[in-house]
Design a protein around this ligand. Structure first.
Ligand SMILES: Cc1cc2nc3c(=O)[nH]c(=O)nc-3n(C[C@H](O)[C@H](O)[C@H](O)COP(=O)(O)O)c2cc1C
Length: 499
């Protein structure tokens, strides 16, 4: 894959591929835009470019694009893979490229500096930010914003996707978890120094940025370097106006600001229609970005995403998670030196909360070692709550096959189920009682995680009658019988095509 694309080039490519739908009828940013997006997701539809948003037919920003990554085909296009590439090929590509680096280069200026808005002229309500869902506490401006922060000790920048709601015309309240998330670690370091943390929210650029920013790239590694490795060329960065942070030169919009750890500066945030498909939590006073500057291209296009996977309608985050979260897990397992990993699969619907690991079983304790490695890694903060391990003969992309393994390979009383209670986990999970999501009390939410070992149990006795195996043979056809009956298939009155 060569070369970065800005958002406009991406839109053009999607349109040429028949993967973009323009909506020129007027749509209300309040509820309606989110509802149209949800219906289109349910229909497994294209990316959407809203060109007539109520109240935004004129002004600073008049268009919004969404759902660019909300399909396997579009995600493969962004990653430079053919539509029919296998899960394993994509996951291995992402795993390997996440370890590579092409450092960025600095440039003097770029299109995002075409408009520079500071002081009292800043008004976030000038952007057509949706209230994506009626129960949301406000207008979420940061859904697919890639947020840049810098480690004050090492100087290395981090880029992550973190939600944020317009609180006032010059501030954005955010969900800022101090534990695992990398901006949270930076935030703690600035707090220890008694300084506010500079941030820059980059909205609308090469979709690779959202893909990488939403991925758990190793701490200390800069996402800009990794993005360079994916595109085979350095990201061109320019300096922010009000801090020493650096952002790409050609995104649509950059929002600069500072977040203080002083609770007197906190503002109300939430609830948000979260990745879990549920409304997130109880609104609370949370840290807020005090916006110091907005820069944007002429006639910018706002970029956002509808969060929340539901049966029958998943999200951009869900599709990203299939690849990223599988790659991240496989990387953890490789790093832990666990042999025999054949494939790793997260489906779009659970955004990486459930994971299936397919192995060539080498020893009885291998599935537990897999779960322990995943749960011990900070990348599992929001992910890998439920781990299923299957053997090579079970296709981990097929729920029919997994279901069969769950039925006939799992014995809950014989080590088939292992619960690891009270380990760190997600504040967002509605199946976790609020008392276990009390970050003020616990520092981080607590999860009860489960391993379902759907491999054959090696503590069972081998039996001569079963070819010295621990499980009886299956009723799968003997290959000789199969070949014989297929050779005579039409003789039995079946059409040849049914073979
Ligand atoms: C649309 C979207 C919204 C997200 N919102 C949040 C959020 O509000 N808070 C959070 O901690 N992580 C959120 N995430 C997950 C992080 O982006 C992800 O864990 C990423 O690895 C964080 O980057 P980091 O590893 O550099 O901290 C979101 C991801 C996506 C794709």
């Amino acid at each position: 894959m060569t070369g970065f694309l800005d958002l406009r080039q991406t839109i053009q490519r999607l349109e040429e591929a028949g993967e973009l739908h323009r909506i020129s009828a007027e749509v209300d940013w309040d509820r309606e835009l989110g509802a149209v997006t949800r219906k289109a997701l349910e229909q497994k539809g294209p990316a959407l470019l809203f060109e007539a948003i109520k109240g935004y037919r004129t002004g600073r920003c008049m268009r919004l694009v969404t759902s660019i990554l909300a399909s396997e085909a579009r995600l493969r296009q962004v990653l430079g893979f053919p539509k029919n590439a296998s899960n394993k090929d994509l996951v291995r590509h992402v795993l390997e490229t996440n370890r590579k680096a092409i450092p960025p280069v600095q440039v003097d200026t770029g299109p995002v500096k075409q408009n520079i808005v500071t002081g009292e002229k800043i008004d976030l309500f000038e952007f057509p930010v949706p209230r994506w869902h009626p129960l949301e506490g406000g207008r979420y401006i940061n859904t697919f914003a890639s947020i840049v922060t810098r480690d004050p000790d090492t100087g290395v920048m981090n880029v992550g996707v973190y939600r944020g709601m317009i609180s006032t015309k010059k501030s954005i309240s955010v969900l800022l978890v101090k534990g695992g998330q990398h901006w949270g670690r930076h935030f703690q370091k600035y707090a220890d120094r008694g300084q506010p943390m500079p941030v820059a929210c980059v909205i609308g650029w090469d979709p690779m940025m959202d893909f990488i920013a939403g991925s758990p790239i190793a701490p200390g590694m800069c996402e800009y370097d990794v993005m360079g490795a994916y595109r085979g060329e350095p990201v061109q960065l320019i300096k922010c106006e009000t801090s020493d942070l650096e952002v790409p030169a050609s995104p649509e919009i950059v929002i600069e600001g500072f977040i203080s750890a002083d609770p007197s500066t906190f503002e109300m945030e939430g609830p948000f229609g979260e990745a879990t498909g549920h409304i997130s939590d109880i609104p609370a006073l949370r840290p807020a970005i005090q916006v110091s500057c907005v820069t944007h291209r002429d006639n910018p296009i706002f970029r956002g995403t509808l969060e929340g996977t539901l049966p029958g309608s998943t999200s951009e985050n869900g599709f990203m998670a299939t690849i990223q979260r599988s790659a991240s897990a496989w990387n953890i397992l490789e790093g832990a030196g666990i042999p025999g990993i054949v494939d790793v699969v997260c489906t779009p619907i659970t955004v990486g909360v459930n994971i299936v690991v397919q192995i060539r079983k080498a020893y009885q304790g291998q599935p537990k070692q897999i779960a322990a490695a995943l749960w011990g890694n900070s990348a599992s903060q929001y992910k890998y709550k439920n781990v299923i391990v299957v053997e090579e003969e079970i296709d981990p992309t097929s729920w029919e096959q997994i279901d069969w393994a769950l039925a006939f390979r799992v014995n809950a009383g014989e080590g088939g189920i292992t619960v690891f209670p009270g380990i760190f986990g997600s504040v967002l999970d509605p199946s976790t009682p609020l008392r276990d999501r009390d970050v003020d009390q616990l520092g981080c939410a607590q999860w009860n995680r489960v391993l379902i070992d759907a491999t054959r149990n090696w503590t069972f006795e081998r039996r001569k009658e079963w070819n010295d195996e621990r499980f009886p043979p299956t009723v799968r056809l003997d290959p000789l019988d199969e070949a014989r009956v297929l050779a005579r298939w039409d003789e039995f009155g079946f059409p040849k095509s049914n073979q």
